[in-house]
Design a protein around this ligand. Structure first.
Ligand SMILES: [Zn+2]
Length: 238
């Protein structure tokens, strides 16, 4: 047997050819999900709107330029299973595809205008070690691939696993959480417009903490935008 059929079967084994949402076999015209599921996805449209409900989470806490998620995220949705798989079940390659998809949709507007660096929310080294990867790095790599904006995976270190408590007024406990992240190379961030990338936006506490840490390390001379693959449906009702 020549090498290429072997590689092909390996690829088939590693990369499923069925749509992770509806389970149908993917056709050549399909991307990572089937055409039907990509059209019917619960898009937030937040990237089209300034001062949207996701950006409002940062109001009065830390200045940001833009914030948007691609899809709404709700319990019971098939998309939730996809996110779970790329987070915990080693399906990291989903994340890069989803990052490319996010970027191609956001790029239809002016969302990426002025952004010159992409930084994924880091995991603590122990979690990254046990999981083997950081899903947000793969989303960031996918966005970088489409937009040609470079990413930086080393400028920020996470010092602990525990995120700030959701549902609490975390910004009032800044002393407790200000050491969650360390900026290892602030000189690389000063004067830049950074896109912070995460998988899911729920309370926003982790991203707010990270954004505040960056602004502080740069003495305010930095711009920050936020992109996540999904945002909790709760944002719409709060
Ligand atoms: Zn499908």
């Amino acid at each position: 047997m020549s090498l290429s059929p072997l590689l092909c079967s390996l690829k088939q084994l590693l990369f499923p050819t069925t749509c992770p949402i509806c389970g149908k076999v993917l056709q050549e015209v399909d991307d990572f999900v089937c055409l039907h599921c990509s059209i019917a996805a619960p898009f937030t449209q937040l990237w089209r709107t300034r001062n949207n409900i996701m950006e409002a989470r940062f109001d009065g806490v830390v200045p940001i330029e833009r914030a948007a998620a691609l899809l709404w995220f709700s319990s019971g949705s098939a998309w939730r299973a996809v996110i779970h798989d790329f987070k915990y079940n080693s399906h990291w390659y989903y994340a890069e595809n989803l990052g490319r998809w996010l970027a191609s949709v956001f790029a239809e507007g002016d969302f990426f205008e002025g952004i010159d660096m992409i930084i994924p929310v880091p995991l603590h080294w122990s979690r990254r070690f046990t999981r083997g990867y950081n899903q947000s790095e793969h989303i960031a790599a996918g966005i970088s691939h489409v937009t040609s904006i470079p990413y930086n995976f080393k400028a920020i270190r996470r010092n602990r696993n525990n995120p700030p408590q959701a549902k609490r007024k975390f910004y009032q406990r800044w002393d407790n959480i200000s050491t969650l992240f360390s900026i290892t190379h602030p000189e690389k961030l000063v004067g830049r417009h950074i896109l912070l990338v995460d998988d899911v936006f729920t309370s926003g506490a982790t991203l707010i903490t990270l954004a505040r840490t960056i602004v502080k390390a740069c003495n305010g001379d930095v711009k920050i935008s936020i992109a996540t693959f999904a945002a909790s449906q709760h944002l719409r009702s709060e």
